[in-house]
Design a protein around this ligand. Structure first.
Ligand code: NCD
Length: 361
């Protein structure tokens, strides 16, 4: 059974096939209007969302399928203490595919181990957001025509911005990618990501403190919101919240064909005056999100087994270090739910949590 938990669960080829399918859907809407007839998508959203949930819903409806689910964990049995594993073992009886957003990192991975139907990670804590990445890739393809040989500035909250983590992972598989990480010290990219980028010989990256110093070089400027809900400490949030704001003056030195992306919602990090600039691609990006989710749902359903045996509680093999280490990340699903502690051995000899990628102490 194939799932999409991390952007690298798809090969480069598969990723490009999904992007190409999305482009075909855009060009031939009517052809796809009944391809998911009789199929149901369950959207399990344990954390607030507007566009991601509604874009999944709208995607499934446009494919001729139906949608069930919840958008508030308090209205589900989670409020009675049900685990993610049990919830999906129940939902699998009602739906053919699941999209899950969860505040705990690794929750969708746990879901994929128990569901027996394809599970899509619609965002887990500050960890990963692979369908936003597909959205970003489709937008880059439509606006720039390529994925390689590009300079991208990621600006704002690189620490908690799961969309940033996932897009960097996906782009680091292409040639000629140069990344500028533009953030205050407090919101730097997490160590595991910096380590991964240093090991990747293909990728060039540099951390900088202002967008002005790199603006003329950029092909893509990826703006992000400072994510208040991820801060454990309010004072730290107040200190950094206004740090990185894009306005028309800062764009004066940018390339004429640069594009500005933002996963949205925006707060104040892009001033309204930028919206009419032809380089502002963030509202076009939203629509691409629906088309690429249509392509993803269709692809995962095609790959899924028609006969669905009831999945057993999984037993993990040599691929993992099982229950020998404990994940130190308080935001990890393994900190609160009764799941096996799973670690992957990395090429440098360290072990990283399979759910949230935090290094074992
Ligand atoms: C992002 C998310 O939820 O991670 N939004 C989205 O999915 N479009 C970014 C954010 O919340 O700032």
């Amino acid at each position: 059974m194939r799932h999409l938990i991390d952007p690298t669960d798809l090969t480069v080829r598969e990723t490009e096939q999904i992007v190409a399918l999305a482009e075909d859907i855009i060009a031939n809407r009517a052809k796809y209007s009944e391809v998911c007839k009789g199929k149901k998508l369950a959207t399990l959203f344990y954390e607030p969302s507007t566009r991601t949930r509604l874009s999944f819903t709208s995607a499934m409806l446009e494919l001729g399928g139906q949608v069930i689910g919840f958008s508030d964990a308090n209205s589900s049995s989670v409020s009675k203490g049900e685990t993610v594993a049990d919830t999906v073992r129940v939902i699998r009886c009602f739906a053919d595919i699941i999209a899950m957003r969860h505040f705990k990192e690794g929750a969708p991975l746990v879901a994929s181990q128990y569901a027996g139907v394809p599970v899509i990670n619609a965002g887990d804590g500050s960890h990963s957001h692979p369908t936003q990445t597909l959205t970003d890739l489709l937008t880059i393809k439509r606006e720039k025509g390529r994925f390689d040989h590009m300079t991208i500035g990621f600006c704002g909250d690189l620490k908690f911005g799961r969309t940033v983590h996932s897009l960097i992972k996906a782009l680091s598989r292409y040639e000629g990618i140069k990344v500028f990480l533009i953030s205050p010290e407090e919101l730097r990219l997490p160590d595991y990501m910096l380590a991964e980028m240093s090991e990747n010989s293909k990728l060039e990256f540099r951390e900088v403190r202002t967008m002005e110093e790199v603006m003329p070089e950029l092909d893509v400027l990826y703006m992000t919101r400072v994510q208040k809900e991820r801060f454990l400490d309010e004072e730290e949030f107040d200190r950094v919240k206004n740090s990185f704001v894009l306005n028309p003056e800062k764009l004066l030195t940018a390339k004429k064909d640069m594009i500005i992306l933002h996963p949205l919602p925006r707060v104040n990090e892009i001033t309204r005056a930028v919206d009419n600039d032809p380089r502002a691609a963030y509202f076009r990006q939203v629509e691409n999100g629906k088309f690429v989710r249509m392509a993803l749902i269709l692809t995962l359903l095609r790959w899924a087994d028609e006969n669905r045996p009831f999945p057993h509680t999984p037993v993990f093999n040599e691929e993992y270090v099982v229950n020998e280490l404990v994940c130190p990340n308080r935001r990890c699903i393994s900190a609160t739910e009764d799941v096996d502690q799973l670690f992957r051995r990395m090429p440098d000899g360290t072990c990283r949590c399979a759910y949230c990628e935090t290094k074992a102490r």
